[in-house]
Design a protein around this ligand. Structure first.
Ligand SMILES: Nc1ncnc2c1ncn2[C@@H]1O[C@H](COP(=O)(O)OP(=O)(O)OP(=O)(O)O)[C@@H](O)[C@H]1O
Ligand SMILES: [Mg+2]
Length: 347
C-alpha cells in the first residue's frame, strides 16, 4: 500500500549538505495505522512530505496506493495527491468560510458538482461527529473540533491514505484521545491506511498497529507493535513501557525483567524472582496491554556485585533480564556517530 525503497533526501545548504533521509526502506500495509517516531530533526516531516510529493526525493522510490509518486510529472502528481488526505498539527481552516464550506473546498477544487458536494459534506461532518456545526465558523470551534474539521476536509476526496503530521500535538490529553479514537474509527469504517508522525509514545500506544523509529534519517527499529514490545530491551520496547524513576541504595543496582504473559506467567516470573533470595527486592512492576499483548515488567534492586549472576539465573528461567537503563532512549545521541544530534553533515 505504501512502500518506500532506499529513499534519500539531501538538502543542500550553505554549511554543506543536510542528509534528512538516508536510505529509508518502509512498508505500510493497507488499512494499517503506522506510527513514525523519532526526536526532533530525525526526518519525520521530510518523510511525510516525500509521501505527498510536496518534496522530491533525491533518490529512491515512493509508491503510494500503487502509484510511483517519485516518478510522476507535476500535473499527474496533483491528481495523485487527491488520493491522499493530509492532517497537520495546526489546521489552517479558512476563517471566512463556514465549517461546511471548509470541508467542501477540496471538492470544489476537484470539480465535484454542487449538488453532489452538499450531500458529501453532510456525510463527512456526520462521520467526524460535527453534524451540528455545519454553519459555524472556525473561530467558534474548540481546538479539537477544528482538528475534526481538518480530518473531514482531508477525507473529502475519498483518499486511500491519511497522512498525519503531529495531529494531536496542539491538543490536551482528553481531546487527543478523542481525536485518535476518531482516526482509528475512520480506519475501521473506511479501510483507509494511516501514517501518523508523532513524538508522543502515548499516540503510538493508543492507536498504532506498527511503528518505525527514525534517527538521523535512518530506520533504527520497526515492526508491528507486538514485535517491538516483545523485542525486550529494544529502544521502542523501553519507550513504550517507560522505566520508573527509582531511588537506589548504596552498592545496589537495578535489573529489569520483562516477559510476555503468553510465554511466561506472572506467577512463574515472581516465583523465579523469589528463588533469588531476600537480597533481591521487587521495587516496581507493571503489566501493560499493548496491541492486544500483555507484557509484564519488573524492576529488581539487587546487590551491585551480583548483577551478572542474577541475570544469568533469570535468563535460565526463560525471562528476559538486563541492567535497567533509565532515561529517554530517543533522546540519546550516539557518541560514535560523527554527525552529532542534528543529523547534519559538515561539508
Ligand atoms: N527545506 C529544508 N531545507 C534544508 N534543510 C531542511 C529542510 N527541511 C528539513 N531540513 C533538515 O532536515 C532534517 C530533518 O528535518 P525534519 O523536519 O524532517 O525533522 P522532524 O523529524 O520532522 O523534526 P521535528 O520533530 O522537529 O518536526 C533536519 O536536520 C532539518 O534541519
Ligand atoms: Mg516535523
Amino acid at each position: 500500500m505504501i512502500e518506500l525503497s532506499d529513499l534519500r533526501k539531501v538538502y543542500p545548504g550553505p554549511a554543506g549538505d543536510v542528509v534528512a533521509l538516508d536510505g529509508i526502506d518502509l512498508v505500510v500495509e493497507r488499512g494499517a495505522v503506522h506510527g513514525v517516531v523519532g526526536r526532533s530533526g530525525a526526518g519525520k516531516s521530510t518523510l511525510i512530505r516525500c509521501l505527498t510529493g510536496l518534496e522530491r526525493p533525491t533518490s529512491g522510490r515512493v509508491v503510494v496506493d500503487g502509484t510511483d509518486i517519485s516518478a510522476l510529472p507535476e500535473q499527474r502528481l496533483r491528481a495523485a495527491r487527491r488520493r491522499m488526505g493530509m492532517v497537520f498539527q495546526h489546521v489552517n481552516l479558512l476563517d471566512s468560510r463556514t465549517v461546511a464550506a471548509n470541508v467542501a473546498f477540496p471538492l470544489e477544487v476537484a470539480g465535484t458538482p454542487r449538488a453532489e458536494r452538499s450531500g458529501r459534506v453532510r456525510e463527512l461532518l456526520e462521520l467526524v461527529g460535527l453534524g451540528d456545526k455545519a454553519g459555524a465558523y472556525p473561530a467558534q470551534l474548540s481546538g479539537g473540533q477544528r482538528q475534526r474539521v481538518g480530518i473531514a476536509r482531508a477525507l473529502a476526496t475519498e483518499p486511500a491514505v491519511l497522512l498525519c503530521d503531529e495531529p494531536t500535538s496542539a491538543l490536551d490529553s482528553a481531546t487527543t484521545r478523542q481525536t485518535l479514537g476518531l482516526i482509528r474509527d475512520l480506519r475501521d469504517r473506511l479501510g483507509i491506511t494511516v501514517v501518523i508522525i508523532t513524538h508522543e509514545m502515548a499516540v503510538v500506544r493508543e492507536i498504532c498497529d506498527s511503528v518505525t523509529l527514525l534517527e538521523h534519517g535512518r530506520v533504527v527499529q520497526d515492526g508491528s507493535l507486538a514485535e517491538v514490545v516483545t523485542d525486550h530491551g529494544s529502544r521502542l520496547a523501553r519507550e513504550l513501557i517507560p522505566v520508573p524513576d527509582l531511588p537506589l541504595g548504596p552498592s545496589r543496582a537495578l535489573v529489569e525483567v520483562t516477559y510476555a504473559t503468553d510465554e511466561v506467567s506472572t506467577h512463574d516470573a515472581l516465583a523465579a524472582v523469589a528463588a533469588l533470595g531476600r537480597d533481591v527486592e521487587v521495587v516496581a512492576g507493571t503489566i501493560e496491554t499493548l496491541a492486544g499483548l500483555r507484557v509484564g515488567r519488573l524492576q529488581l534492586e539487587v546487590p551491585a556485585a551480583h548483577v551478572d549472576d542474577v541475570i544469568a539465573r533469570l535468563t535460565a528461567d526463560r525471562l528476559h533480564a538486563a541492567p535497567t537503563v533509565a532515561g529517554d532512549p530517543t533522546d540519546r545521541t550516539d557518541p560514535a556517530d560523527p554527525r552529532g544530534a542534528t543529523g547534519e553533515v559538515a561539508a
